[in-house]
Design a protein around this ligand. Structure first.
Ligand code: MG
Length: 289
């Protein structure tokens, strides 16, 4: 299934996207459920309840405004830093620690606030006067289904409801200045997400490809097999002593090719358009303003 959250005539609805990606069929949810986007379907699924019935005919996707599948995740988004070998290498000269240098090391984990999530085609606002080092990070993102604590690697993929795409937009100067990363990662609109959630039965996040273009120029291209810490390891690590809940989000890190890693760095400015595609998931495209 591909689960989309969308606006039609100003009303938020949740629906299933057709196999050809051309239409979406809304499902019958209460207004409160629809207000939480795909979260409602994740919870029904975890509770073993049937999918709600269709609530009308298929609608052309061109007639709706896609929103983030989880427009306001239930809590901070878990994010992983430096999780592709080539990306860890391109930033090894920065102030951040290199977690590729030591195979015994642990993943870098930080969070983004839920309020910075925007839709797959929404504008991203550059915080003028606060940062002039705005960067993109294309990321495959896990959506947790069944929750749990101390989940083992062997069981981890059973806790994955599905996958989506996130642009982990980052203000590098702010990220460095405060040492902890949350501020530089959490400016309003700094988390485009979408275009929908593809459920885990239809998509293998461990074997796909993440690409990112800036104004049509390919900047990032990484197979997820090149992650330093694979998805089961990330779930095992984050759930150590911390309960994961249905609808929790884990952005799994970005491949090489971010603006900061270029010589000289190439940061984003107003008018730039960032397109991210993950094979099997679709794409998101956001203008920076
Ligand atoms: Mg990131």
């Amino acid at each position: 299934m591909r689960i989309a959250t969308f606006l039609l005539n100003g009303k938020r609805q949740v629906g299933l996207v057709s196999a050809d990606g051309k239409t979406v069929t809304p499902v019958a949810l209460t207004e409160e459920q629809a207000g939480r986007g795909a979260q409602a379907l994740i919870e029904l699924s975890v509770d073993g309840k049937a999918l709600p019935a269709p609530a009308g005919a298929a609608i052309p996707l061109s007639d709706v405004q896609l929103q983030a599948p989880l427009p306001l995740p239930r809590r901070n988004l878990w994010c992983v830093g430096r999780n592709y070998h080539a990306h860890a290498k391109e930033l090894q000269a920065s102030v951040f620690k290199d977690n590729d240098a030591n195979p015994e090391s642990w993943p870098i984990v930080f969070t983004k606030v839920p309020e910075c999530v925007v839709g797959p085609h929404d504008d991203v606002s550059i915080p003028v006067g606060v940062s002039d080092q705005i960067d993109y990070e294309a990321e495959l993102t896990v959506v947790i289904g069944k929750g749990g604590k101390n989940i083992t690697k062997a069981d981890a993929l059973k806790h994955v409801f599905g996958y989506t795409i996130v642009n982990d937009v980052t203000a590098r100067d702010v990220q460095i200045r405060h040492q902890q990363w949350d501020m530089g990662k959490s400016f309003d609109t700094f988390c485009p997400m979408g275009p929908w959630i593809v459920t885990a039965d239809e998509f293998d996040g461990t074997k796909t490809r993440v690409r990112c273009w800036v104004n049509g120029e390919l900047r990032q291209d990484g197979p997820t097999e090149n992650m330093i810490f694979d998805i089961p390891t990330l779930i095992e690590t984050i759930s150590r002593g911390i309960t994961l809940y249905p609808g929790d989000v884990i952005a799994t890190g970005t491949p090489a090719g971010v603006g900061m890693g270029m010589k000289p760095p190439r940061y984003l400015s107003a008018g730039d358009v960032v397109l991210i595609e993950v094979d099997g998931l679709g794409s998101i495209e956001n203008k920076f303003v």
